[in-house]
Design a protein around this ligand. Structure first.
Ligand SMILES: Nc1nc2c(ncn2[C@@H]2O[C@H](COP(=O)(O)OP(=O)(O)OP(=O)(O)O)[C@@H](O)[C@H]2O)c(=O)[nH]1
Ligand SMILES: [Mg+2]
Length: 193
């Protein structure tokens, strides 16, 4: 780390960087959400299905998030686990209108929660019950019931209803994620004082 970097860190000008994994089935809206969280001049106009994964960045008031935006397509889901170790927080996105695949989303979530690199860590998980604008969407309470989120006892979690196209519900989620990441990550110790 250079002198300037260290100085700006000490003066509180440089935001602490944290690694976030963005997971969920294909078409749930992960890339659209991450794109909307970037400053408007950095947003991409055409979102296409992610191939493999892409690394994106966005900032909150105190943190700089480096996001591993993973593809949710079946053939790429086995890539997710390779990034679990380095993840300090998780964003898990659900298409609230895709009732048929809610059970698949639950299976992927259960596999994630039981993975050895995740199971014993108090890693915060933010759920976006996305696509709330669609007529078929179920409520975030229903999504939470379908995924049995109340069974998650050993990790802080929160669910936000969102419409990623309009950007609704996203800020509430990021505010929660920032607070919990600072609380649960030992590398953010100096920010708690
Ligand atoms: N109506 C509606 N459409 C949305 C919303 N969020 C995303 N979409 C649309 O859903 C489609 C898939 O969005 P992506 O962001 O590419 O989904 P993804 O989860 O990144 O998909 P993969 O990269 O394949 O895993 C796109 O056509 C988006 O415009 C939302 O809140 N409401
Ligand atoms: Mg994507």
């Amino acid at each position: 780390m250079g002198l300037l970097d260290r100085l700006s860190g000490l003066l509180g000008l440089k935001k602490k960087e944290v690694h976030v994994l963005c997971l969920g089935l294909d078409n749930s809206g992960k890339t659209t959400i991450i794109n909307k969280l970037k400053p408007s001049n950095a947003q991409c106009q055409d979102i296409v299905p992610t191939i493999g994964f892409s690394i994106e960045k966005f900032k909150s008031s105190s943190l700089s998030f480096t996001v591993f935006d993973m593809s949710g397509q079946g053939r790429y889901r086995n890539l997710w686990e390779h990034y679990y170790k380095d993840g300090q927080a998780i964003i898990f996105v659900i298409d609230s209108s895709d009732k048929l695949r809610m059970v698949v989303a639950k299976e992927e979530l259960d596999t994630l929660l039981n993975h050895p690199d995740i199971k014993h860590r108090r890693i915060p998980i933010l759920f976006f019950a996305n696509k709330m604008d669609l007529r078929d969407a179920v409520t975030s309470v229903k999504v939470s019931q379908l995924l049995c989120l109340e069974n998650i006892k050993d990790k802080p979690w929160h669910i936000c209803a969102s419409d990623a196209i309009k950007g609704e519900g996203l800020q509430e989620g990021v505010d929660w994620l920032q607070e919990k990441t600072i609380q649960s990550d030992p590398s953010c110790e100096d920010m708690k004082r």
